[in-house]
Design a protein around this ligand. Sequence first.
Ligand SMILES: [Zn+2]
Length: 388
Amino acid sequence: MNSHAADPVAIARDLLRCPSVTPAEGGALSIVESVLKGAGFSVHRMTFSEPGTADVENLYARIGTGAPHLMFAGHTDVVPPGDPKTWSHAPFSGDIDDGVLYGRGAVDMKGAIACKIAATLDYLAANGGKPRGSISFLIAGDEEGIAVNGTVKLLTWAAERGEKFDHCVLGEPGNVEALGDTVKLGRRGSQNGVLVVTGKQGHVAYPHRADNPVRGLVKLMSALMDEPLDAGSAKFDPSNLEFTSIDIGNPTVNLIPGEARARFNIRFNDCHSFASLKTLVEQRAAKAAAGLVRWRIDWEPSNADVFYTEPSPFTDVVIGAVAEVTGRKPKLSTSGGTSDARFIKDYCPVVEFGLIGTTMHATDERVPVADLVTLTKVYRRILEKYFG
Ligand SMILES: [Zn+2]
């Protein structure tokens, strides 16, 4: 492994050949462990469990004992490849064709992990084998799943043993078209709910004896869709409530159902907390119901709170490194879905920068080898600027 220790392409190919579909480790963490151990990191492997979920393997590695402490976070698990026959190169082959590396996880996010490792090894080699503070890798095995046995438990485990993180760079693929066009400083929160309207079952030909809940459901849904939740904030796009399913489950043509449900998801910005968001939605439903519809909202538990990392000398380090290496002035973004940054933000400021996201979760997920080389230079520059 040490023969290509600081080569991001070789590390990425090794990682891509591991079929680490969530929750399987697939050999990926063992590769990370072996490379980091070879560079002098102390490496911990831990398996986390929770009733009703699959056990998940994770990794934490650190070199150095002092501050400042920079954490590189990421995940080695990947989404399933789908039908391998639809890929032009087998999804776990790590094939390179015409300067492009193919494989499930190439951009999300084994490629970025390989770049972080290569940059770190190169930095250590140039600095007598030790950082001026500490560098750690916090690598989860279930980011693409329900994310309960990965980063969230890794962070608790680390806190319990006294690990203090000053800053984190998470390697999610947030660039849109070109490497260096986007740095993510925040993400919206996510909350699921089910709107339930209760009526009275009856014969469809005798509606006066029944109370059709569909009428109330449609009224409340329309009220919740009509009015935006907010107009956006200085840092975020407007919040959005989207109905995803209407469920009555009535196979009978001559029966008025007793109950009707509609599922929805809200992506919310920093105008809201979980509590204020629920209050706002319930107030609007109550107003539309006007005391005439029997309704309730079943809120699902959510661990996806909104977060935003305020600009600081640390964000300047990342943004500056991106600009110096890529020649681009990155857009500071808060768009997209959730990431493990929602957990990390409770421990230290976190910025996201990785590869280009175009092919993530898609057939023929791939990354130009040139992007791996450039991203490694960005991480290398971050280390140099961060530790001064
Ligand atoms: Zn990811």
